[in-house]
Design a protein around this ligand. Structure first.
Ligand code: GCV
Length: 706
């Protein structure tokens, strides 16, 4: 019997056993799958222990492979305040760290190895220190309980009940985060209500912070720049006015009295209608500094977002660099500027943000989006670790070859992810969206980890370590983002969704055409200002498609260091995934691949849809390893994903064909939908809405050709 056949046979055997034993699982236990063990340890002494140590000991009661012991060693500077070492001594697993939090991370490491099926043998040795100092979730949760771009129910923070009632979910949340190394959280939306800073709300924040603290998690808040005016009754919020500075100082004092380890403020200013310093003719540095000064005495930081556009008549993707480069050296040392991974807006495929290669003095944080605003929300399986790795491993060439984005953000030590968590029982609605929360934490701890290794860890803990399950499902996860890029927005196409500031669900390439200026402006694509060179070049026309961001077009390529600038500028050397991001390409143009651009583009849609079509079958083939509840939830969504892939493919091909009048290339499956009917599909257009699978299915039934 070949090895593969033997493994398959063994897998089948193990699988049958699992099938009999697979207990019902509602997904609420995430990758931990056991409730928080309470005081399961036995103490030999009456010596009081810290709340964190209490958790360490309770968690380790789940470790069954060998005897264990934990020890703090103040002299182990090499481990820092969060690192740990695990070794076997006298037949005992010994975890050492400088702090109790370090021990907690060590405990979770050991338990992860156990859950993944590793045998803790005599030569087992691990030493780990986290790569980034701040490993942070950004919640876009509102005080009214909604979650902007949240697709898993309402907010987990129950503001109405707090501080009197403290939901047990807060501790479960803290535990899940600590188990993957996340140590910071911004509780509320960057589109922040000024009311967040009212004393009554700060009391509620304190109650949450008290639960998260023993798990090593510090709380931050998003703040509204106009707070001194709206809740402080000042005439304005001009950052250079002494009374405004005094208001921020008093507020900081009040916060730190309640929450001594409060992390700081996250600010979205002068962006998408939010107030900011530019309202008073001041700069982003002026705005950030007034808050930084207020937080400084307590060790707090200001995280100032670089997501600004629309203020000036410039191409949207260039604006952050144009705005922030002149401010180099002008920010206080406790300000960090946070940039999204790409310069547009969390699209399925963007080149890395030019700030990471061009800014030299301002510490930059990374903002990833864990919630799948633009990648199928909670209906599609999109394993985002591959996308994040692509960004982290990108070379900016700032200090010569090897200047990766991962290293660049180490200067600030901050990496953030917009959370995909809600109050649904399983936290993320799509069971596989849990993998993105997990992978974000693991990469924030160690950006060198491989995406497939993380997927395997997650699968083993969340379902079963049986390779007959883990291997094919891991392959499916690894193929998911590449497939989504192909069936939604191949070759660097971006933002052709059926809405702009609304639900961002489903295809709408017909909307981003001249005559529909508000869509064009939002999506970017190019400015609607007549004076911006190349402003008209986004439209699909009879002859071509794409955005000319070359040196001859809008010049965006020049925001990248050599040799990237020239590489991106020339279609022959530009990576295929960015062709349409940087270039305007004729439909009949011969591509380096030998086919015409139109053939190549259609081939991409086809290939993405074909990959998605395999997903339900892959999942069916591992049915015996999964409890029925999660099995059915996933299967329904994978079937929908396969169907939506055809929706995207047909909508885009039919629309572009209506413009270029070219025949369907050979080998492309003829569209099953009617373009006019597809254009009529619409769902409630708000920022916290993901349509239910049955509603999408019904809409698509109605759009079939016959
Ligand atoms: C929080 C995109 C989203 C908005 C979000 C914004 C941001 O535009 O669609 O919902 O607002 O990004 O990151 O500030």
């Amino acid at each position: 019997m070949s090895n593969t056949a033997r493994n398959a046979a063994l897998g089948l055997l193990l699988g049958l056993t699992t099938a009999i034993a697979a207990p019902a699982d509602d997904g609420s236990g995430l990758w931990l799958r056991t409730p928080i063990p309470e005081n399961a340890y036995h103490m030999d002494t009456d010596k009081p222990i810290s709340p964190t140590m209490n958790i360490v000991l309770s968690e380790l009661s789940r470790f069954r492979q060998r005897n264990w012991a934990v020890e703090t060693d103040k002299h182990r500077n090499d481990l820092g305040s969060e690192g740990f070492e695990i070794r076997i001594m006298n037949d005992m697993v010994k975890i050492r760290a400088q702090t109790d939090i370090g021990l907690l991370y060590g405990a979770y490491h050991l338990l992860r190895d156990q859950a993944c099926g590793s045998q803790i043998t005599d030569n087992y040795y691990v030493k780990e220190v986290p790569y980034y100092k701040y490993r942070m979730l950004n919640h876009w949760d509102n005080l009214d309980g909604t979650v902007e771009r949240g697709y898993a129910g309402n907010s987990i923070w129950k503001w109405d009940e707090l501080p009197g009632t403290v939901s047990p979910r807060y501790a479960e949340y803290a535990r899940a985060n600590a188990s993957i190394g996340i140590n910071a959280t911004v509780l509320n939306n960057v589109n922040a209500s000024p009311k967040m800073l009212l004393t009554e709300n700060l009391q509620k924040v304190k109650a949450i912070a008290d639960v998260l603290r023993p798990y090593g998690i510090r709380v931050f808040l998003s703040v509204n720049f106009a707070s001194p005016m709206v809740i402080g009754n000042l005439k304005d919020a001009d950052p250079l006015k002494t009374e405004v500075a005094a208001w921020w100082r008093d507020k900081a004092k009040e916060i730190y009295t309640l929450i001594p380890d409060f992390g700081g403020f996250l600010v979205k200013a002068n962006s998408e209608g939010q107030p900011g310093p530019c309202d008073y003719g001041r700069t982003h540095a002026d705005g950030a500094n007034v808050m930084a000064d207020a937080l400084k005495p307590y060790g707090g930081v200001v995280i100032w977002r670089a997501f600004v556009y629309g203020q000036k008549p410039q191409e949207r993707v260039q604006q952050a660099l144009l705005e922030f480069q002149p401010l180099e050296g002008k920010f206080r040392d406790n300000v960090i500027v946070q940039a999204k991974n790409g310069p547009l807006d969390f699209q399925p495929c963007e080149p890395f943000h030019p700030l990471f290669g061009k800014i030299t003095k301002i510490p930059l944080a990374m903002e990833f989006q864990i919630t799948q605003e633009y990648l199928g929300q909670s209906n599609h399986l999109a394993y985002l670790a591959t996308l994040w790795k692509e960004v982290l491993d990108s070379d900016t060439y700032q200090n010569g070859p090897g200047s990766t984005v991962a290293k660049k953000i180490a200067e600030s030590g901050m990496i953030a992810g917009v959370a995909n968590i809600g109050d649904d029982v399983n936290w993320t609605r799509h069971p596989f969206a849990q993998a993105n929360w997990y992978a974000f934490g693991r990469l924030a701890w160690n950006p060198d980890l491989k995406a497939d290794a993380i997927a395997k860890e997650w699968l083993a803990q969340t379902f079963t370590p049986n390779p007959a399950f883990v291997d094919p499902v891991c392959d499916m996860m690894m193929s998911s983002v590449p497939a989504i890029r192909q069936y939604m927005m191949p070759l660097g196409l971006a933002h052709i969704f059926a809405s702009t500031l609304g639900n961002h669900y489903g295809p709408g390439p017909w909307l981003y055409q001249t005559g529909n200026e508000s869509f064009l402006k939002y999506a970017s694509l190019l400015s609607t200002n007549e004076n911006v060179p190349g402003r008209k070049v986004f439209d699909a026309t009879e002859t071509e498609l794409g955005a000319d961001r070359t040196k001859k077009g809008t010049g965006t390529v020049m925001q990248y260091n050599a040799p990237l600038c020239d590489q991106f500028n020339d279609l022959k050397t530009c990576p295929e995934r960015y062709w349409l991001w940087f270039h305007r390409i004729g439909w009949k143009q011969k591509m380096p691949t030998g086919d015409t651009f139109w053939e190549h583009l259609c081939g991409q849609f086809e290939s993405g849809a074909k990959t998605a079509a395999t997903y339900p079958g892959i999942w069916e083939s591992v049915k015996i390893y999964v409890d029925p509840e999660r099995y059915n939830l996933v299967l329904g969504r994978l079937k929908l994903q396969a169907r939506e892939a055809v929706w995207w493919k047909d909508a885009c091909i039919l629309f572009y064909q209506s413009v270029n009048k070219l025949p369907l290339p050979k080998g492309i499956t003829p569209p099953i939908y009617d373009l006019a009917k597809l254009k009529r599909i619409s769902f409630p257009n708000n920022v916290h809405f993901c349509p239910k699978p049955e509603d999408v299915n019904r809409a698509l039934d109605g759009a079939l050709k016959k």
